[in-house]
Design a protein around this ligand. Structure first.
Ligand code: ATP
Ligand code: MG
Length: 264
């Protein structure tokens, strides 16, 4: 396989030095792949995405992107920081933490203007993403007044407008209605088909084979304990029980009701 574009080696991180979130995590992301991060609540998925976006920095171990170390110091270099930030985009788990401008149009314009994109190109790109996300009619609304699903679309638009190579999505389909979930799953498939590299944290095991080529599974003690294709991972019932991705009463894989595990 080609060189990874993103690589964590032995990354550990604890918030405030006392709340562990990642324990010796090593992982790679290859260009063009769709990688899913799976794990129970609190296992470390969002924290790993924050490392991959250069928002938090490993306390031990290293994170390298496009062949260059990403550290607090290296990101102080304007050129390095602009290059990295334009190549990686992050759609947060909580859209409220991501949308802050007075109007949707300004929200989407923020990144491109910040990166020095010209006014005309910015305006064209904004119209493109408004159409792509089907939110043109929201352009003049205040993002904070929108519904959760509408805010999610605005957050995605504000990332896609930058046209990054790598898209990090934190639980993109959580709290969306079924039609919107299906739409977003399709969007992720289309972005992948267009050559984007996608890393996403998810609890949505039903559509895993559509949105992932490969999965990494976190244990509740913040380690990566398994890696495989969606079919490999979904076939490992003991593993899924162990990491708290399914529970004894769930029957997501067509298991019979007489299954001793499910009736225990
Ligand atoms: N800002 C923070 N301050 C202190 N601890 C935090 C903070 N954010 C996360 N943590 C802790 O870090 C650990 C990993 O959290 P993280 O948000 O990465 O988990 P997650 O796998 O994304 O969970 P979820 O599925 O609930 O989104 C948890 O124990 C959590 O309590
Ligand atoms: Mg999370």
């Amino acid at each position: 396989m080609n060189e990874p574009i993103l690589e964590c080696i032995d990354v550990s991180y604890a918030y405030l030095d006392k709340f562990p979130a990642l324990e010796r995590v090593s992982m790679q992301v290859h260009a063009g792949e769709k990688l899913a991060l799976l794990g129970a609540n609190g296992s470390g998925k969002s924290t790993l995405l924050k490392v991959l976006d250069g928002l938090v920095f490993p306390q031990s171990g290293s994170f390298t992107a496009f062949g260059e170390p990403v550290t607090e110091e290296s990101l102080e270099d304007e050129q390095m920081s602009q290059g990295f930030r334009s190549r990686v985009g992050f759609v947060f788990q909580n859209s409220d933490a991501q949308v802050f401008s007075p109007s949707v149009r300004e929200e989407i314009a923020f990144g491109p203007l910040q990166m020095g994109m010209g006014r005309d190109e910015t305006l064209t790109r904004i119209d493109e993403v408004l159409a792509m996300l089907d939110i043109a009619e929201l352009a003049d609304r205040a993002p904070f007044q929108l519904s959760g699903g509408q805010k999610k679309r605005v957050a995605i638009a504000s990332v896609l407008v930058m046209n990054p190579e790598v898209l990090l999505f934190d639980e993109p389909t959580a709290a969306l209605d079924p039609r919107t979930q299906e739409w977003l799953t399709g969007l992720i498939e289309d972005l992948s088909a267009a050559g984007k590299t996608i890393v996403h944290a998810t609890h949505d095991l039903d559509v895993l084979d559509r949105i992932a080529d490969r999965c990494l599974v976190f244990s509740e003690d913040h380690r990566i304990v398994a890696e495989g294709t969606p079919a490999d991972i979904m076939g490992q019932r003991d593993l899924l029980l162990d990491v708290n991705l399914i529970h004894h009463h769930s029957r997501p894989f067509g298991t019979a009701t007489t299954d001793p595990v499910t009736t225990a």
